[in-house]
Design a protein around this ligand. Structure first.
Ligand SMILES: [Zn+2]
Length: 548
């Protein structure tokens, strides 16, 4: 009887931000040379034949003769990308008896793309794939060395970093206790040089690492700290911004062109507390699956800040495409989505934000997939208050009629405006304020104080929720029917707010917004109970349209 030549290696595919385990089997039979991959692979998977062939030869192994069939299971799942190259090459080496796996049978998941020289290249979504393996009980993984920091972000995972097909084969051939030493040694060998250098065909290639997200997020953060300190004479707007951050209140900034709305919004990342580990892991998974993490990046700690141009399409905003790609509202998850020139966005784009604003997720259905992305962000919009932009300026230069002002703001859809808890009104600096705004010594101190106040406020909200036995949630996200109990508002204050709303002609929604914002103001002042002065301040942040 003919002896069976067979190899099997586990790998992991990416579906949105979820990893799905893939079994790669290789069977080698006698016959004319033939190499086929079956199991719903895309172009990159079919092309992997050529890469794997070259990588095996160039790593000093023999490519087996005969009929070689590789099968990727489960067959129903569409397999995309180049992440299975390394697993396929190893399965071929096992089937052709050039690689013998160590005697212990602990499963190892293998991910990585191969270059023609047998070098292992980094991949998107490594942290997602590692997370899926751990949840299925597979703790050991062979990952591209450049993705090691990301993979190590999943606790209880045991990633072995590799830079070449030979290194991966060496790790598989060893027992568990020897694997760690092998992997460490390989990493050390390569860490001596700054970039990985290979010489082939007398050409000299230098791989420099791609732009690091970790470095970029530090830059955004420091920039934001300085921005905050550079804003002089806009104390009321800064207060509004701090309230927005402190209670996670979606907000709208209105003011004439050049009054500093964008500068103000860019301060927000400095005010928000760093992410908890769970949040950081989720955000890193999203960015990694979109290929937005750099080599050697670890978990992202700072909150994202996305500021799309007003020409952004609906698809760019909520995600989708032929292969699922996260939209801006998913990339802004746990961070800020800043929409400048809000009135210029297409109405269907703004409407598409309704579901994420209500549910914190985006569900996308296409003919070939159905996916649910997390999309829980702090929405900050900025717009001119009227067509000419001067409506709020005290010098009365605005010539817009009240109909035209109404029409202007109606470009922002009602449901979106309803979700914005506070309106921050801004005017241009007065002439006597201008010298102050440029000559002041920049210090990050005020920003750090504000940041600490926001962090304390978050802590207070958290503790209050836990005392009431509910899942911790920010004031801005508490639903209307829960606020009286959770916020411990006295009957007297409820009545006071109702009377004030009646006087100001506010809707029921406006009444609830005022109570929520007042809770945040009280939290910022460390007051147990909401007082009249808190309500009075909260009412100042209502949209001016409802004041007329
Ligand atoms: Zn105007």
């Amino acid at each position: 009887m003919q002896e069976v030549k067979y190899g099997r290696v586990i790998s992991c595919a990416l579906n949105g931000i979820n990893g799905i385990l893939i079994e790669i089997e290789v069977s080698l039979l006698a016959g004319m040379p033939h190499f086929e991959i079956v199991g719903l692979g895309d172009c990159a998977v079919r092309e992997s034949r050529n890469r794997v062939y070259a990588a095996i030869k160039n790593s000093g192994y023999n490519f087996p003769q005969g009929r070689l069939t590789a099968s990727y299971a489960p067959a129903w799942l569409k397999k995309e990308g180049t992440g299975f190259d390394l697993a396929l090459a190893l399965a071929i080496l096992i089937a052709s008896r050039q690689l013998k796996i160590g005697p212990d049978k602990q499963p190892v998941c293998v991910i990585g793309e191969l270059s023609l020289t047998g070098e292992v290249k980094p991949l998107p979504g490594v942290i997602c794939r590692v997370g899926a393996c751990v949840s299925k009980g597979i703790e050991q993984m062979i990952v591209p060395a450049q993705n090691y920091n990301e993979a190590a972000g999943i606790s209880s995972s045991k990633p072995y970093p590799v830079r070449s097909l030979r290194a991966a084969a060496a790790i598989l051939a060893r027992n568990i206790d020897q694997r760690e030493d092998t992997a460490n040694k390989m990493l050390l060998d390569h860490s001596k040089d700054t970039g990985h250098t290979i010489i082939c065909n007398n050409h000299f290639y230098q791989h420099t690492s791609s732009k690091s997200v970790n470095a970029a997020e530090d830059h955004v953060y420091e920039d934001a700290l300085l921005q905050f300190s550079s804003i002089a004479g806009q104390q009321r707007a800064l207060r509004g911004l701090i309230l927005s951050a402190a209670g996670w209140h979606h907000s709208l900034m209105l003011g004439s062109p050049g009054c500093g709305k964008t500068t103000l919004a860019r301060c927000l990342p400095a005010l928000l507390p760093d992410m908890e580990t769970d949040e950081a892991r989720e955000v890193t998974m999203i960015r990694s699956s979109a290929g937005l993490t750099g080599e050697n990046d670890s978990l992202i700690k700072k909150r994202p800040f996305e500021a799309p141009h007003h020409t952004a399409s609906r698809g760019a905003m909520i995600g989708g495409g032929n292969s699922p790609y996260p939209g801006l509202c998913t990339l802004a998850h746990q961070g800020i989505l800043f929409l400048d020139e809000l009135t210029h966005f297409a109405s269907d784009v703004l409407d598409s934000l309704r579901q994420p604003l209500e549910q914190g997720v985006v569900n996308i259905s296409r003919f070939n997939y159905r996916i649910s992305w997390p999309a829980d962000f702090l929405l900050v919009g900025a717009a001119n208050p009227c067509q000419c932009g001067n409506l709020l300026e005290p010098d009365g230069k605005c010539r817009c009629s009240s109909e035209s002002v109404s029409r202007h703001l109606n470009r922002i859809s009602g449901p979106l405006l309803d979700r914005m808890d506070l309106t921050i009104e801004m005017t241009r600096l007065k002439t006597d304020e201008l010298p102050n705004s440029v000559s002041r010594q920049l210090s990050i101190e005020p920003a750090l104080i504000a940041r600490q106040a926001v962090a304390n406020c978050w802590q207070r909200q958290r503790e209050r929720c836990l005392e009431h036995g509910v899942e911790p949630v920010h004031n801005g996200r508490v639903s209307g029917r829960d606020i009286a109990d959770l916020f411990e508002i006295s009957q007297e204050i409820l009545q006071y707010t109702a009377n004030a709303s009646d006087l100001l002609n506010l809707s029921a929604r406006g009444y609830i917004k005022a109570l929520k914002l007042a809770r945040t103001i009280a939290d910022l002042e460390n007051d147990e109970l909401i007082k009249q002065e808190h309500i009075n301040e909260a009412l100042q942040y209502r949209l001016y349209r409802s004041r007329q």
